[in-house]
Write a protein that binds this ligand. Structure first.
Ligand code: OGA
Ligand code: NI
Length: 311
């Protein structure tokens, strides 16, 4: 096994499906991470979303604070110094903006899938940000088809189960690091909560994942590639067959710490009532069910939001 997260060509889903499924499955069992090129996400959609997010982060603090997040931080703005990774003593060095699913009338879970907030200061924010949300929502479903095949499910198994999912687009700004001796890091070691995460901006230095042996390996991506990793819901659903790998974003050394870093993870969540119940395909004599108690996606999420001090 190499020590590099593989980068696969998603175009092979049409041309060369069985071997792509095998390679992605291997990557997710070994690393919990896999990169994709030729993923079809238009560059201009990404670039225009980055543009409105950067303009938002550049606004004065008191303006940004008008959009202070609600609902466990799941919509709107979360300032620096709030989110603290599980079991860490200091908060991360990041501020971020969350976009959730637009539901309109007939929302079955109005308490959970709450309305988005949109900054009035940037009129095109909503269209640009939501257009990226929708593109990533589609791409997330394509990756889930690949994963479904890799674990022996029907190709479209996840489609309906994530269609009204509480998926979150998170635009993150890691500001220049002023106090070089800070014990805090940009993003302390953590695992993602959700099914899978699609990460844009992974070609910016700093992201590291923990190997099975426990050492930290940098994710060296190529520009334009999207990194997709397994979250704890998928790990639990697959009885730990797919790895949800601890990862972190370290503070860059020397003059590089004066540069900001931006990244955009998209957290794919199932519908709030989806029951996370170990898949029979992932249970065997050698691998008995490690999670005999099922839990709904929303209960799982709330439990974790409390642990990271967001609820
Ligand atoms: C996260 C995360 C990585 C990055 O927000 O969960 O792991 O590169 N972000 O910002
Ligand atoms: Ni993460």
């Amino acid at each position: 096994m190499s020590t590099q997260v593989p980068i696969l060509d998603l175009g092979r889903f049409e041309a060369d499906r069985p071997s792509l499924v095998t390679e992605a499955g291997d990557a997710y069992r070994e690393f919990g991470f896999c990169g994709f090129v030729n993923h079809g996400l238009p560059n201009d959609i990404t670039a225009e979303a980055y543009d409105v997010f950067k303009r938002f982060f550049a606004l004065p603090n008191d303006v940004k604070m008008r959009y202070r997040s609600v609902a466990g931080g799941q919509r709107g703005y979360t300032p620096l110094g709030l989110e603290q990774a599980k079991n860490q003593s200091v908060p991360d060095l990041k501020e971020f903006w969350h976009v959730g699913r637009e539901m309109g009338a007939g929302n079955p879970w109005p308490e959970i899938l709450q309305p988005n907030r949109w900054p009035r200061e940037i009129p095109e924010f909503k269209t640009k940000a939501y257009s990226l949300y929708e593109s990533l929502d589609q791409l997330g479903k394509r990756i889930l088809r690949l994963i479904a095949l890799a674990i022996g499910l029907d190709e479209n198994w996840f489609d309906g189960r994530v269609a009204q999912g509480n998926s979150i687009l998170r635009a993150i700004h890691y500001p220049p690091i002023r106090n070089k001796n800070t014990p805090a890091v940009r993003a302390a070691e953590h695992e993602d909560i959700n099914l899978i995460t699609l990460l844009i901006g992974s070609d910016e230095e700093g992201l590291q994942i923990q190997s099975r042996k426990g050492n930290w390996i940098p994710v060296t991506s190529i520009p334009g590639a999207i990194i997709v990793n397994i979250g704890d819901m998928m790990k639990r659903l697959t009885n730990d067959m797919l790895r949800s790998t601890p990862h972190r974003v370290i503070n860059p050394p020397g003059p590089k710490s004066d540069q900001p870093r931006y990244s955009i993870p998209f957290f794919v969540h199932p519908n709030p009532e989806f029951l996370i119940e170990t898949l029979p395909q992932c249970i065997s004599n050698e691998r008995p069910n490690r999670y005999p108690e099922p839990i709904t996606a929303n209960d799982f999420l709330e439990q974790r939001l409390r642990e990271i001090k967001m609820l």
